[in-house]
Ligand binder design. Structure first.
Ligand code: PLP
Length: 364
């Protein structure tokens, strides 16, 4: 058997005609920048998430950059985040000249440990960026309450969690600004790079829209120093189709995760744990094992692709040497980085395929 990790080809085959028609229509109109596909998508994204404003942009990375620029994050400001995430979370902080301040994760959800945040706050702290890793929101009540007490902003890095919920609210609808990514392999992916930013605040929304358009407020009038951060209209056309079916995709991902958990629960493997007051978008189904390299090799031989999200926590990345962190500073992140392994995850894994994967895994 040969298993596909994200199975984008099958997904394309499902929606092929509608997507090709939508893309073709953009090409026929030659209206490649902004236009009705973008405004339509932004309205559908706001409806889907419950956020008052959805602003599309060029990627999840640019969504984070735009969020911080909108909140006036300046060089020297300290931003608290997790070291156990994709580089973009902290890279964008540093790109603005601000300082990523890492706080270790909790060993259950792999998200930032909210009980350790307060100790990292200084007079220079301006914001907290929790990441909803693998699709599961962080402890938002605790984080929002700390932010309120210290007058900090909260920006959610929801690149992996579009459609997830925390106490029945979508995570795009939490924090001051919430960001997501439409990178192809994300739960809701487009056919290239794409992202979106969400907020309930009208003023922030206007500034976000301006910043993604070179800080323009009126043609050739630039109020802010912005970026060229628009979503391509062709990508919006793809997303308009895929968003219609996304609720089904989410349920299928939940079903796949439930079967994995059911089949693996008796084995000597640490399984993902989603806290009872939230749901995951299941961007990844990541387990923990001791002999990871060997298991990866054996699964590969059996036609089962796996991935490691992420092998090196950010405080140990070369580009962040200047921050002065050392090995041992965030022991939980370091331990999980050694043990974590993502199994194939997509809405279309059949029961038979999951059983094949779990059987091979049990034999490793
Ligand atoms: C946690 C996290 N943040 C940010 C990003 C950046 O998103 P993009 O690849 O769309 O720029 C990603 C994507 O891989 C991610 O997983």
């Amino acid at each position: 058997m040969k298993i596909d990790f994200a199975n984008l080809q099958y997904q394309h085959s499902l929606y092929k005609e509608e997507i090709e028609q939508a893309v073709f229509s953009v090409m026929q109109k030659c209206n490649f920048i902004m236009g009705e596909e973008i405004t339509g998508l932004e309205k559908s994204l706001a409806d889907f998430t419950g956020a008052k404003h959805a602003i599309t942009c060029s990627s999840g990375t640019d969504a984070l950059l735009l969020a911080m620029m909108t909140l006036d994050i300046q060089a020297g400001d300290e931003i608290i985040t997790t070291p156990f995430t994709f580089i973009a979370t902290a890279e964008t902080i540093a790109r603005l000249g601000a300082i990523p301040v890492f706080v270790d994760i909790d060993e259950i959800s792999y998200n930032i440990d909210s009980s350790k945040i307060e100790a990292a706050i200084t007079p220079k702290t301006k914001a907290i960026i929790p990441v909803s890793l693998y699709g599961q929101p962080a402890d938002m009540d605790e984080i929002e309450s700390i932010a309120d007490n210290y007058n900090l902003k909260v920006i959610i890095d929801g690149a992996q969690s579009f459609g997830s919920t925390y106490k029945d609210k979508m995570d795009s609808n939490l924090g001051d600004i919430s960001c997501t990514s439409f990178f192809p392999a994300k739960p809701l992916g487009c056919y290239g790079d794409g992202g979106a930013v969400f907020t309930d605040d009208e003023t922030l929304s206007e500034k976000l829209k301006s910043l993604r358009l070179h800080g323009q407020t009126k043609r050739y009038h630039h109020k802010y120093i912005g970026i060229g951060g628009r979503l391509d209209t062709i990508q919006a056309a793809v997303l308009n189709v895929k968003l219609k079916y996304y609720r089904d995709d989410l349920s299928l991902r939940q079903h796949v995760a439930a079967i994995y958990t059911d089949t693996l629960k008796e084995k000597n493997i640490i399984l993902p744990f989603v806290k009872s007051d939230r749901t995951s978008a299941w961007a990844q189904y990541s387990i923990r094992i001791q002999n990871r390299d060997l298991v990866q090799t054996k699964l590969k031989e059996a036609g089962i692709p796996t991935a490691v999200h992420y092998p090196i926590p950010l405080h140990l990345q070369e580009c962040f040497n200047y921050l002065g962190y050392r090995e041992g500073d965030f022991p939980i992140s370091e331990k999980i980085a050694r043990e974590i392994l993502s199994l194939p995850m997509n809405p279309y894994l059949s029961n038979e395929e999951i059983l094949y994967i779990t059987k091979k895994l049990s034999k490793c």
